[in-house]
Design a protein. Structure first.
Length: 326
């Protein structure tokens, strides 16, 4: 995923959420609807989350230092994880508490048309934001389904915005149902029930985001397709005859570390091996431009060793372990 695509989706979501939050707070003051208050706090939390994502993207672009020689690319994962915490605490838990209190102490809605009007406006604005996120995601997800895209994406911004906007749209529908039933029945309990459902929805989305970003924070390998491309680029069957084993690690969404033990011929000179390593690195970078850090260790290829079975890390010359997808 390009950083530009993620930034565009974040800015669209931030603009929509700021306008929506203001309108929801006005509607809450006029109507006293707990659903409106929960939705207003949700929009404020979403706006803060988008600011966190923008800040994470900016900090990730800092140059590498002696203390952090591989750079700061993982800052984007850190801030993505912070988003899940904010969504869980500020959005989800607040809405659950507010819904519980409204169910215990219900009261009828005042000026209900304000709430309905604001919710309809919010649906339109969130729909615009969600459409932008879908459009940007379609540029990179290829043939992947949405579930696979969210699980396998190495850049956190688009999955976060997609889930937030999708959750916001469902939350608005729940708020409309709660407010509508409260208006029809004259019973404010329905407004509280809608608020409670919004809180539960936000908590579920926050937990999904936490699980996905936690895996990125721990460190994920490249996708199966990228690993295959790197392996193909490494072996030229002339100077590099095989890949004994290989490990990949994302240092950031657009930065990959590649470490491999490669098999060379036993009669190659040191100069031949050095030249082969340089050529292999060049082939990898052409095939996978995000492979920024490459470490290649040469070893003498042995058919007997390859036939003996797996070593402590991998099968010589065989496939690497399946890369984990979060």
């Amino acid at each position: 995923m390009s950083a530009a695509g993620g930034t565009k989706a974040i800015v669209a979501a931030l603009s929509a959420n700021l306008a929506i939050a203001a309108s929801k707070f006005v509607a809450f003051v006029v109507t006293g609807s707990s659903s409106m208050l929960a939705e207003a706090v949700h929009s404020v939390a979403d706006s803060g989350n988008q600011c966190l994502l923008l800040l994470g993207g900016k900090r990730a672009r800092r140059a590498a230092t002696e203390e952090h020689p591989f750079g700061y690319g993982r800052e984007r994962y850190v801030f993505g994880f912070l988003v899940s915490i904010v969504l869980f605490s500020v959005g989800g838990m607040f809405a659950v508490y507010e819904g519980y209190e409204k169910i215990r102490h219900p009261h009828p809605l005042d000026s209900w048309y304000w709430a309905v009007g604001v919710l309809v406006f919010a649906v339109v604005a969130e729909g615009f934001s969600f459409r932008t996120a879908v459009k940007e995601s379609n540029l990179t997800r290829g043939s992947l389904g949405w579930h696979q895209f969210i699980r396998r994406a190495k850049a956190p911004e688009l999955p976060v915005v997609l889930l937030e906007d999708f959750g916001a749209l469902i939350g608005l529908v729940l708020a409309l149902l709660g407010v509508g039933l409260a208006i029809i029945t004259g019973d404010g309990v329905w407004d509280g029930a809608g608020t409670l459902c919004i809180g539960i929805l936000l908590i579920v989305i926050a937990l999904v985001l936490a699980v996905e970003t936690k895996s990125l924070l721990l460190g994920e390998s490249a996708t199966r397709e990228t690993v295959a491309e790197i392996r193909t680029a490494l072996v030229d069957h002339d100077t590099v005859v095989d890949v004994i084993h290989m490990r990949t690690l994302h240092l950031g969404p657009e930065e990959l570390l590649v470490a491999a033990k490669i098999a060379v011929r036993h009669d190659d000179t040191a100069a031949d091996v050095a030249q082969a390593i340089d050529a292999a690195e060049e082939r990898i970078r052409r095939a996978v431009p995000i492979a920024r850090v490459i470490y290649l260790e040469p070893d003498v290829y042995s058919a007997e060793k390859a036939a003996a079975g797996p070593d402590p890390e991998a099968t010589p010359g065989g496939p690497d372990p399946a890369p984990h997808t979060h």
